[in-house]
Ligand binder design. Structure first.
Ligand code: G3P
Length: 216
């Protein structure tokens, strides 16, 4: 499963990119707003930090507006993936853009039928939002299982990009369900390494090495 980091904080992205564990970046208008920096500058900087796909979202809601913004975004760097909302205009724009060779991430997916439409529109990625379904007392992970089955039934090559990941358990369940990619905030990705028995075991090994005067 590929790991994308869901942030517009370039320092966090640089830190994680240095681990070699990050395959791409996702942003959305809320994350860009939080950075307090001009949209194009942030996206250009992120694209230089990783060779992987960097999702940058349009804010227009009509087809013509989306196409205009998408073409502008795609010119920022060759690894820009244009993020479009899951609406009829968004799907129409997806078909046009992917037909021209632009990578598209169709976002705000909350149902298997929406994911089916995105695949038919040629989406490169579909972004089902796990945490926001959990927020309304549904099981977001059911959606990942349903999309996986539908895409496998018809051999769609649209990649399932599990988004709105809030916990390490979400990450594990996405991997078990066969999501192609998961995107999570930096803190969630960093927390995956933690286990109290790893800390305790290391402490014992180091104490024993010290006692025995072991030097490597
Ligand atoms: O990639 C979409 C993601 O940023 C949404 O996450 O936690 O705001 O639902 P969240």
């Amino acid at each position: 499963m590929k790991f994308f980091v869901d942030t517009a904080d370039t320092k966090d992205i640089a830190d994680l990119a240095a681990t070699g564990l990050i395959d791409g970046v996702t942003t959305n208008p809320s994350l860009i707003a939080k950075s307090g920096r001009p949209f194009a500058d942030v996206i250009a900087e992120i694209c230089a930090l990783t060779p992987g796909p960097v999702s940058a979202e349009v804010v227009a809601t009509d087809y013509d507006g989306m196409i205009k913004e998408a073409r502008k975004l795609a010119k920022i760097a060759s690894n820009v993936t244009v993020k479009l909302p899951l609406t009829l205009d968004g799907l129409k724009a997806c078909k046009t853009l992917t037909g021209e060779g632009t990578q598209v991430n169709v976002t705000l997916c909350f149902s298997a039928n929406q994911a089916l439409l995105a695949a038919k529109a040629g989406a490169t990625f579909i972004s089902p939002f796990i945490g926001r379904l959990d927020d309304i007392h549904l099981d977001g992970m059911d959606l990942i299982h349903e999309i996986r089955q539908i895409y496998d039934n018809y051999l769609f090559d649209t990649e399932i990009l599990a988004a709105s990941i809030r916990t390490p358990n979400h990450v594990k369940l996405c991997a078990l369900a066969g999501a192609d990619v998961m995107t999570a905030p930096p803190a969630v990705i960093k927390s995956l390494v933690n286990h109290p028995l790893t800390d305790k075991g290391l402490e014992i090994f180091l104490a024993d090495a010290k006692k025995a005067g072991i030097k490597v």
